[in-house]
Design a protein around this ligand. Structure first.
Ligand SMILES: Nc1ncnc2c1ncn2[C@@H]1O[C@H](COP(=O)(O)OP(=O)(O)O)[C@@H](O)[C@H]1O
Ligand SMILES: [Mg+2]
Length: 386
């Protein structure tokens, strides 16, 4: 169906229609951008939010072509598109932002670890790691580094899915390793770190090279899933400035465009280590909607369209708390009126049905201090729980 009398400022195709696509669509409305998403069903958050859409499967090349035709650029709300399809789309002439080459750093933890070790001019450290071919690899590594160790799926994981803490060789024996294709292991093993803090540096980069960074964002994970976010992260100045330097160098080094979130570990023994990369708007950045001059979603559109980037200045200390489905279904709508009465709290619901462990929304609160913002955001998010 063609649209008459419509003149969007730009056309963007987005693979995926989850909450990141939904919030990107909100920003697209502001800029007059026509955002067209590839959704798995009409219940996907971006579709429910009103974005134009095609229904398809991101694992099917022809579905990717179908959605890509809607955009002058193609972007992503997740990292699950098979790399060979990304390659084919690029060869077919579609403008992928970020490029398949850059996306590989977010799709494949082993690739990212190996490659970044080779970026010698950057001098970035990553946790000690090995590719895993067998249970013996795990026990040998643990003999050197001590238990527990962390076993990670090389790709396809998010929110801690694919990340396993192994406390002993018995835990390791629960996994079966396929040795038929020994050059391509499916798992990475790394040292278990004592973390003083986890944080993310969000960068936006245009294809023409311009880039900006947001203030450091503190994250707190439970079971691998991000629960709470604070802005700015409370870190020594030298840790922040080194992390921003590294994040910029990495983004430039891998040639990423759009929003890139670089996740860092800061260990209790004072090491700054790169954890992983996400080349899309990131859960840690939701607070930028209210707390920064330019939200990560507006910035992502600006960056992938090669438009001037906006200010990343922090307007106020802020905290974001995710609303995550618990064991019992809660009708969020029933809780909304009370939550709306909290001053300084900004509520975002993704119109998803409640399921245990599912991100259903988030609350961002601004405050005179990070602590007070966090208290407000926590209290408001709690209203959506049983
Ligand atoms: N080597 C490690 N030591 C300690 N905790 C870790 C380690 N690796 C991951 N984690 C914890 O698990 C979380 C999820 O791991 P991550 O590699 O970021 O996977 P995902 O792709 O699911 O986000 C991290 O945010 C951190 O809290
Ligand atoms: Mg992570």
């Amino acid at each position: 169906m063609t649209k008459d009398n419509v003149e969007p400022s730009a056309r963007v195709a987005m693979v995926g229609a989850g909450q990141l696509a939904r919030m990107t669509y909100q920003a697209a409305i502001d800029y007059g951008v026509d955002l067209h998403v590839l959704a798995s069903s009409v219940s996907d958050p971006a579709v429910v939010g009103g974005a134009s859409y095609s229904i398809g499967n991101y694992e099917h090349y022809l579905d990717l072509v179908m959605v890509s035709k809607f955009g002058q650029v193609v972007t992503f709300d997740h990292e699950l598109v098979p790399p060979s399809h990304l390659q084919s789309l690029e060869e077919a002439g579609f403008q992928l932002r970020p490029s398949p080459k850059a996306l590989a750093f977010a799709q494949d933890k082993l690739h990212a670890r190996r490659q970044l070790k080779n970026f010698e001019h950057i001098n970035v450290s990553v946790p000690e790691f090995i590719p895993v071919f067998s249970v013996e690899d795990i026990t040998r590594f643990a003999t050197n580094h001590g238990w527990p160790v962390i076993l990670k799926a090389r790709g396809g994981g998010y929110d801690g899915r694919g990340v396993h803490v192994l406390n002993n060789s018995g835990d390791a024996n629960r996994f079966v390793f396929d040795t038929t294709n020994s050059s391509e292991p499916a798992w990475v093993l790394e040292e278990h770190l004592e973390l003083a803090a986890e944080f993310a540096i969000i960068i936006a980069r245009r294809p023409s090279g311009d880039l900006v960074s947001y203030p450091p964002i503190g994250t707190r994970q439970e079971g691998g899933m991000c629960q709470e976010v604070t802005m700015p992260a409370e870190l020594p100045d030298e840790v922040t400035s080194e992390a921003i330097r590294l994040a910029k160098e990495i983004v430039i080094g891998i040639g990423a465009t759009g929003i890139c979130a670089i996740e860092f570990f800061w260990t209790t023994d004072g090491r700054l280590l790169l954890n992983e990369l996400a080349l899309r708007p990131h859960n840690s950045g939701h607070g930028t909607i209210e707390a920064c001059v330019t939200s990560q979603f507006h910035q992502h559109l600006r960056a992938i369209l090669d438009w001037p980037l906006g200010s990343t200045e922090l307007i106020s200390p802020a905290a974001t708390v995710n609303i995550i489905g618990g064991p019992f279904e809660v009708n969020l709508v029933d809780r909304l009126p009370a939550a709306l009465s909290v001053a300084d709290a900004h509520i975002h619901l993704y119109a998803k049905k409640s399921r245990p462990g599912r991100k259903l929304g988030h609350v961002t609160a601004l405050g005179p201090s990070v602590e007070q913002a966090l208290e407000t955001a926590r209290a408001t998010a709690r209203m959506f729980k049983l």
